[in-house]
Design a binder for this molecule. Structure first.
Ligand SMILES: [Zn+2]
Length: 376
């Protein structure tokens, strides 16, 4: 029987009803494609839909939302679902795609099949795209690829033609906020803040359920709040504490990885185990990166709020729960200062994309923001 309980991720995709119905039908009738290309603007929920489809494909009941497999996928700790993101500023590394292809050749660990989610597929270029083409055309029986991209125009036609394209409609902030409010039952201002910080509705809902991710945001905002009065030692200490807070949600991922390694130590060859370890390392650093990006996004929304106040548009403030911080910062700086501080956040995002050490990136950003807020 095909279950669509409330905790099924696919059933929760209510901002993209066409996509939801289409994917539900594909899973129910056992006609899922071996390669999908989800196309849509950032924040339209492509990644959420990819995890939802993975959950439905791996679950014996088509995504019940309640079994061990479904819970693991929802927590993003299922060893047979792999998320790939570009690891260099210029796109995917050929080594990443080799790693993916070697993994495709291995049998699944827990589920009857494996799912590969390839985020920002427009960054598959030349060598890395070519390496993937043959496998995309003829993947092993038990493998599903889900590629995500913003537009087919910027992707290699050879990649696009090998996938079933699924278009996502663009969501307004109000639509996303409403979806989060429906999913969490929390008041609208909190949901609006979560959408601004986390991006898509599902990520925002997950953010509101994670005490650790919210604590990382609060700590980040407190650090920025203290900047106008901070000295060098204060900033270095704040950056160090922030890294601890940002890493806290990774403990769950690490312990799952360790458990999977231990369970498979007797069955897998040395080579396969080493490969699993390598992949775990990559996955962990991808998760670390997304935690940092979320912390940076929370600073970006805070500074945008400061700019709103300075420009006389207090209704646009998103961080309602920390209005005191927004007001304090607005009182201590100018429009030019807030804009320069926002530029410092932009530079930090680029540094993370270029794989510069997170702690160093955060330190440099905090110093730059202090300079911008105080001097301009
Ligand atoms: Zn299930």
């Amino acid at each position: 029987m095909f279950a669509s309980a409330n905790n099924s991720l696919l059933a929760q995709l209510d901002t993209q009803p066409r996509v939801r119905d289409f994917l539900e039908r594909a899973v129910r009738t056992d006609r899922a494609s071996h390669a999908y290309l989800f196309v849509g603007a950032p924040g339209s929920g492509k990644l959420d839909a990819a995890w939802a489809l993975a959950q439905a494909l791996l679950c014996e009941q088509g995504g019940c939302g309640a079994c061990d497999s479904c819970i693991r996928v929802a927590r993003k700790t299922h060893p047979d679902v792999h998320l790939y993101e570009p690891e260099s500023a210029t796109g995917y590394l050929i080594a990443q795609i080799r790693d993916l292809l070697e993994d495709v050749a291995l049998a699944p660990i827990r589920a009857p099949r494996k799912v590969y989610i390839v985020d920002r597929a427009e960054q598959l270029r030349a060598n890395s795209a070519n390496a993937l083409l043959k496998t995309l055309e003829e993947p092993p029986e038990n493998t599903t690829f889900i590629l995500l991209g913003t537009s087919t125009d910027v992707m290699l036609p050879t990649i696009v033609s090998r996938c079933q394209c699924v278009p996502f409609r663009m969501l307004s902030t109000d639509e996303s906020t409403d979806a989060v409010a429906r999913a969490t039952g929390l008041p609208e201002p909190r949901c609006r803040m979560a959408v601004a910080v986390a991006g898509s509705p599902a990520r925002a809902a997950a953010f509101l359920k994670s005490a650790e991710r919210q604590e990382a945001r609060r700590q980040m905002l407190r650090a920025v709040d203290a900047l106008p009065r901070a000295d060098e030692a204060d900033i270095l200490l704040a950056a160090k504490d922030l890294m601890v807070a940002i890493h806290a949600p990774l403990a769950d991922v690490k312990s799952t990885q360790q458990a999977v390694l231990e369970q498979n130590a007797d069955y897998l060859s040395r080579g396969a185990l080493k490969q699993l370890e390598e992949r775990n390392k990559r996955e962990l650093s991808a998760r670390e990166r997304s935690g940092i990006m979320e912390a940076l996004a929370s600073v970006r929304t805070l500074l945008r709020d400061v700019l709103m106040l300075l420009e006389g548009a207090p209704d646009g403030v998103v961080n309602d729960d920390v209005r005191d911080i927004v007001e304090r910062l607005a009182a201590s700086t100018t429009t030019a200062g807030a804009i320069a501080a926002l530029e410092a956040v932009g530079r930090a995002e680029k540094r993370i994309a270029r794989n510069i050490t997170p702690q160093l990136t955060v330190e440099v950003m905090l110093f730059d923001i202090r300079k911008a807020l105080v001097c301009l």
